[in-house]
Design a binder for this molecule. Structure first.
Ligand code: SAH
Length: 241
């Protein structure tokens, strides 16, 4: 899976992409992340990438020429997404969609953003990581790389672990525990040490439902409320916390 990133701060992104999960995925040949420095395609001695906005106003805007030149020089995988607060908001379903695709590319804006001709003509779409404004698209590109990269088949050590995570079935994940079984007077629930896999699965389902109902009732709403089976599980006296 190839992902190309265009930025004026390539070192920010390459440092991140070279380590941990993404670094290992790259070493294994599962991911091919290519980071391109927009400044390499400037033509003046100052390597200028930005200029003041037509019509006035504060700040600087990225000029179209280095961006077009950079993208045209590598013919990156499409779609090419402009990162920006006006885009489609990234969620787990979109991360999964992107992980199933052959590849895609990300363009990081900076300052006040990019010349709008880049958005309307060069890019195929716009992608936001949330309703807030960052100083640049680099952190957003890292969020996309990590959320998508870990879903690419083979990237996570245990391929089953992506399946019951938060959002994968419209619920938050059940609580996780590890050793020690008793810590500062707090015990790990007995059922998790029982070895009864059926009961463990039902207990986890109930905890996931309860947690989602308490913290993210909108997720329950979005999946059409609770099924009859789920209501029965929640009421089961054998499965209480
Ligand atoms: N003036 C713009 C914000 C520019 S922020 C506006 O008001 O909409 C500078 C750059 O940061 C953007 O070009 C974009 O690439 C990136 N960025 C900012 N917020 C983002 C977000 N929520 N998601 C993805 N990228 C974002």
């Amino acid at each position: 899976m190839r992902i190309d990133v265009f930025t004026i701060f390539p070192d920010m992104v390459s440092g991140f992409a070279g380590q941990s999960l993404l670094g290992r995925a790259t070493a294994k040949g599962l991911l091919d992340v290519r980071i391109h420095d927009l400044r390499e395609h400037t033509t003046d001695v100052h390597r200028t990438v930005d200029d003041s906005p037509f019509g006035g106003g504060a700040g600087m805007v990225l000029r179209p020429e280095p961006i077009y030149a950079s993208v045209e020089a590598v013919d990156p995988p499409r779609p090419l997404f402009l990162l920006g607060p006006g885009g489609r908001r990234l969620d787990q379903a979109m991360a999964q969609e992107l992980a199933n695709s052959g590849g895609f590319s990300l363009l990081c804006g900076r300052y006040e953003g990019v010349d709008d001709r880049v958005r309307t003509d060069l890019c195929d779409g716009e992608l936001s990581i949330g309703d807030y404004v960052l100083g640049g698209g680099e952190v957003a590109s890292m969020v996309v790389l990590e959320a998508v990269g870990r879903l690419v088949p083979g990237v996570m050590g245990n391929s089953a672990s992506a399946g019951d995570e938060s959002f994968s079935d419209g619920l938050l994940e059940y609580p996780q525990f590890t050793k020690p079984a008793e810590f500062r007077g707090m015990d790990v629930p007995e059922v998790l040490r029982s070895g009864d896999h059926g009961r463990i699965a039902r207990w986890r389902r109930v905890r996931a439902l309860e947690r989602t109902l308490a913290s993210r009732p909108d997720l329950i709403e979005a999946r059409g409320g609770l099924s009859e089976d789920e209501q029965a599980l929640l009421a089961d006296p054998d499965l209480q916390a």
